[in-house]
Design a protein around this ligand. Structure first.
Ligand SMILES: Cc1cc2nc3c(=O)[nH]c(=O)nc-3n(C[C@H](O)[C@H](O)[C@H](O)COP(=O)(O)OP(=O)(O)OC[C@H]3O[C@@H](n4cnc5c(N)ncnc54)[C@H](O)[C@@H]3O)c2cc1C
Length: 418
C-alpha cells in the first residue's frame, strides 16, 4: 500500500459527499478516481443548506458560483398554526464563527458545481457505475475488473489503496459486507415537488410548518418553491395510490397548506422517499470507508444532511492523509457523535418539546428577566439551526435541560408531530 500523497483512492458516488472528498484528497496530491453514475431523478432533496455549510463553500472556492444560482437564506420560520409563527434570524444568533446566512440551491446545479470543483482539483471523474466485490471471505473489498478497466491509465489495472462508499442511501458496502444498519424510530414518507405561486411568509427564510398530520417544508428557490411533506406511512394510503395523487390530495386536505397553495401550481413530478433514517454500525474497514448518507442519515428536519456529508468528507480526507488506525477510529467516532447529536435534537422536534420551548422563549422575551436569560439562550439554543453547535456538550445539555424543566407546565403533546 502506498503512503502519504501517493495513495490511490476510488470513490463510488458523485454526490456532495463524494465530490467534496475527491476535492480534498486531490488537493493533498492523491490519485483520486471518482465513479459518478449520473443517475439522478428530476428533483433531488437537499436544497436547503444550513449556515455551517458556508465555510465549506468558501474553502472549496465556490461560494460566488452557488450564490449566482441559489437563493439567499437569512433564517428559519416555524409555522405552528394559522395564528402563530416563530422567526429565527441567523444574524441574531450570538457567538460562534459560523456565517449568519446560507443558501437554498437547486441540487442538480449544486452537485454539478461540486463535481467540477473536484475535477479542477485533479480528481478523475468516471461517468459510470462503480462496482465492488468482496475479496474471498475476508472483509476487504476490491473493484470489479470492469470498474478497474473503466478508469483506464488512472488505475492502470491496479486496485486502489482505499475504496470509499459515497453512494448515498444506496449504501453499497454495507450491503456487500452485511453490516448492521440501525434504523431510526420514525417510519415516515417524504413527498417532494416544485411549485409556482406558493406563498411564503418571509422570502429569505426556509419554512417548517406543523400540519394536521406530519409537517412540511417550503424552501424558496429561484422562480419556484420546493415543497415537501413528511407523513407517517399509516396516513398515506388514505390519500391515493400514486405519489402525485397523494401529494395533490394532501395539499387540498390540510387547512394550512390549502391556504398557502391556493394559487399554487405543481410544475414537477412528485418524488417519494422513505426509510431514510438509518446509521451503519461501522464506517471504516480494512481498505474501505463510508462517507455522507452512506454512513448515516438522520432526518430532513433542520437540514443537517448536506452539512454532515461535507463535514464527514473533510474529516475522512484528513484520516486518509494521516493513514493511522487511530485517525480512522477518530473519524468513525466523529461521524457517529455528529449523527447522534442531530438525532437527539430532532427527537425533541417530533415530540413537541422544542417547539414548546421556542414558543415560551418568545413569550418570556417580553419580560425583563426573560431578556437577560435570552442573551444566554440565544448563544446556545438557536445555533442548532445554523448547524454550528449541535455537538457542543453544553448546548445539547441546555436543550435537554430546558425542554425537560423549562416548559412551565406547558404540555409538549400539543405540539407533537402526528
Ligand atoms: C426527504 C429528504 C429531504 C432532505 N432535505 C435536505 C435539506 O433540505 N437540506 C440538507 O442539507 N439535506 C437534506 N436531505 C439530505 C441530503 O439529501 C443528503 O444528506 C445528501 O444528499 C447526502 O449526500 P451524499 O453525497 O452522501 O449522497 P447522494 O446525494 O445520494 O449522492 C450519491 C450519488 O452517488 C451516485 N451513485 C450511487 N451509487 C453509485 C455507484 N455505484 N457508482 C457511481 N455513482 C453512484 C448517485 O447517483 C448519487 O449521485 C434530505 C433528505 C431527505 C430524505
Amino acid at each position: 500500500m502506498e503512503s502519504g500523497s501517493n495513495k490511490t483512492i476510488a470513490i463510488l458516488g458523485g454526490g456532495p459527499a463524494g465530490s467534496t472528498l475527491a476535492t480534498y484528497l486531490a488537493r493533498k496530491g492523491m490519485n483520486v478516481v471518482m465513479y459518478a453514475d449520473g443517475k439522478r431523478p428530476p428533483l433531488i432533496v437537499g436544497e436547503s443548506l444550513v449556515p455551517a455549510v458556508v465555510p465549506y463553500l468558501r474553502d472549496l472556492g465556490i461560494e460566488d458560483e452557488v450564490a449566482s444560482y441559489g437563493t439567499w437564506k437569512g433564517g428559519a420560520t416555524f409555522v405552528y398554526n394559522d395564528e402563530y409563527h416563530l422567526n429565527i434570524w441567523f444574524d441574531q444568533v450570538r457567538g460562534g464563527d459560523t456565517p449568519t446566512y446560507s443558501y437554498n440551491v437547486p441540487r442538480d446545479r449544486f452537485d454539478a458545481t461540486l463535481r467540477e470543483t473536484a475535477s479542477r482539483a485533479g480528481a478523475t471523474i468516471i461517468p459510470t457505475t462503480g462496482r465492488l466485490e468482496r475479496e474471498g471471505d475476508s472483509s476487504r473489498l476490491r473493484l470489479t475488473p470492469e470498474t478497474v478497466e473503466a478508469a483506464g491509465d488512472k488505475l492502470a489495472g491496479r486496485q486502489p489503496d482505499w475504496i470509499i462508499d459515497a453512494m448515498g442511501r444506496g449504501r453499497g458496502i454495507p450491503k456487500i459486507l452485511d453490516l448492521p444498519v440501525e434504523a431510526g424510530d420514525r417510519k415516515d414518507t417524504a413527498l417532494h415537488a416544485h411549485l409556482q405561486g406558493v406563498e411564503v411568509e418571509i422570502a429569505t427564510n426556509v419554512h417548517t410548518d406543523r400540519l394536521s398530520k406530519g409537517w412540511c417544508w417550503r424552501i424558496p428557490l429561484p422562480g419556484r418553491v420546493s415543497v415537501g411533506f413528511i407523513l407517517a406511512d399509516e396516513h398515506l394510503h388514505e390519500l391515493g395510490s400514486t405519489a402525485e395523487e397523494q401529494f395533490d390530495n394532501f395539499m387540498k386536505q390540510d387547512p394550512m397548506m390549502r391556504e398557502w397553495s391556493k394559487s399554487g401550481r405543481r410544475i414537477s413530478p412528485v418524488m417519494k422517499y422513505n426509510n431514510y433514517q438509518a446509521r451503519v454500525s461501522c464506517g471504516v474497514g480494512e481498505n474501505w470507508a463510508l462517507v455522507g448518507d452512506a454512513f448515516g442519515f438522520v432526518d430532513p428536519v433542520f437540514s443537517s444532511g448536506m452539512l454532515i456529508a461535507m463535514q464527514s468528507a473533510h474529516a475522512l480526507a484528513e484520516a486518509i492523509a494521516d493513514g493511522s488506525p487511530g485517525a480512522f477510529d477518530e473519524y468513525d467516532r466523529y461521524v457517529k457523535a455528529n449523527l447522534d447529536a442531530w438525532r437527539n435534537v430532532i427527537e425533541h422536534f417530533y415530540d413537541g418539546r422544542l417547539l414548546t420551548l421556542f414558543k415560551l422563549g418568545d413569550h418570556f422575551r417580553q419580560k425583563l428577566w426573560g431578556r437577560v436569560m435570552d442573551f444566554h439562550f440565544r448563544k446556545h439554543m438557536p445555533r442548532i439551526f445554523t448547524g454550528d453547535d449541535v455537538t457542543n456538550r453544553y448546548s445539547s445539555w441546555l436543550v435537554e435541560f430546558m425542554s425537560t424543566y423549562g416548559l412551565y407546565g406547558n404540555d409538549p403533546e400539543e405540539l407533537r408531530i402526528l
